[in-house]
Design a binder for this molecule. Structure first.
Ligand code: AMP
Ligand code: TRP
Length: 328
């Protein structure tokens, strides 16, 4: 039996190359060896206010992005979180075994609640419990994500272990899969900050749907460090980040990337980097608009059916163990 993976992205904001290089690219590789579930986590998106029509459009757009990135619906299950009600049901059960302290320690919660005081949304607080539910429902062995999700995965493991200890062996304890290169792509405008969908400044990110001229402009404007050499060097975070992006989009060994720019300077490097990103995104961008909407909806429907057949078995098992399956 193949081992399982599950991962997800929120259908809010615009996906950037950090999402692609840190997450999606690895899903495509892993789907060959694992039974794979890729979720569009719209229930996570509503932890912040969303316009209903826009959320719907963004959900379908994300499905197109999954397909264009190379997720094959014949091999992997692609589905929308809210189409499988067991996610919200298991999340409640897990909420009841979670502790305030462990959720308060989540750095993402701390960042998102900064300055909001008592008005911070409860959904932002319990967000990682819903994420744990997504993963544990499918008994996933591996969860491919970027570095920023590592702490949420540790919480997922703790909740699974707690449940197994209190109610008997039920959940698989999942491992994170964090890629060795690309797990944390930084902002083009501030190399100390991660490239983020919620960044107010669009110049900090290359979005997957940016056209060639926009990409050239953003790379031209990207901040650099003092010095002139194009080398991997953690003490020069801006160039290190740009070179990491170059390495990932060209798939070249690190040394070869450096060799190409010996004695060439930042200007030349930036021009080459912009063209490499444009080339890398070209086939993806051509595909992304090519899917028929009706077919897309059919793919999501059959994905939800497949996902549900697994999710409802796990939930039934959980309810039985907790003495909750009274009438069924
Ligand atoms: P999000 O943008 O928070 O919905 O993230 C979706 C996926 O992309 C998650 O697996 C994140 O860990 C990953 N991700 C987000 N930002 C970055 C980044 N700057 N570098 C690498 N991976 C990222
Ligand atoms: N929290 C993740 C993010 O912001 C998205 C997510 C929700 C997820 N559920 C998941 C990722 C389950 C992996 C597995 O990126």
């Amino acid at each position: 039996m193949k081992k399982r993976i599950l991962s997800g992205v929120q259908p809010s904001g615009n996906l950037h190359i950090g999402n692609y290089l840190g997450a999606l690219k690895n899903w495509v590789t892993l789907q060959k060896d694992y039974e794979s579930f890729f979720c569009i986590v719209n229930l996570h998106a509503i932890t912040l206010p969303q316009e209903p029509e826009k959320l719907k459009r963004k959900t379908l757009e994300l499905a197109r992005i999954y397909l264009a990135a190379g997720i094959d619906p014949k091999v992997s299950t692609i589905f929308v979180q809210s189409d499988v009600p067991e996610h919200a049901e298991l999340a409640w059960v897990l909420t009841c075994i979670s502790r305030m302290g462990e959720l308060e320690r989540m750095t993402q919660f701390k960042d998102k609640s900064k300055g909001k005081g008592e008005s911070v949304g409860v959904g932002i607080f319990t967000y990682p419990v819903l994420m744990a539910s997504d993963i544990l429902l499918y008994k996933a062995n591996l969860v491919p994500v970027g570095q920023d999700q590592k702490q949420h995965l540790e919480l997922t493991r703790d909740l699974a272990e707690r449940f197994n200890r209190d109610y008997g062996e039920t959940f698989v304890i999942p491992e994170p899969y964090i890629p060795p290169v690309g797990a944390k792509i930084q902002s083009l405008q501030d190399p100390m900050k991660k490239m983020s969908k919620s960044d107010q400044d669009p110049n900090g990110s290359i979005f997957l749907l940016d056209d060639a001229d926009v990409i050239r402009k953003k790379i031209k404007r990207a901040v650099t460090d003092s010095g002139t050499e194009v080398k991997f060097d953690k003490s020069r975070p801006a160039i290190n980040n740009l070179l990491t992006i170059y390495q990932l989009v060209t798939d070249l060994p690190a040394e070869e990337c450096e060799n190409r720019f010996v004695g060439k300077g930042y200007g030349y490097f930036k021009t080459e980097l912009a063209e490499a990103i444009i080339e890398f995104l070209r086939p993806f961008q051509q595909k992304v608009r090519s899917y028929d909407e009706q077919e897309l909806i059919e793919t999501l429907k059959s994905g939800a059916e497949k996902a549900r057949s697994v999710a409802c078995q796990t939930l039934r098992e959980v309810y039985e163990k907790m003495g909750l399956n009274y009438a069924s």
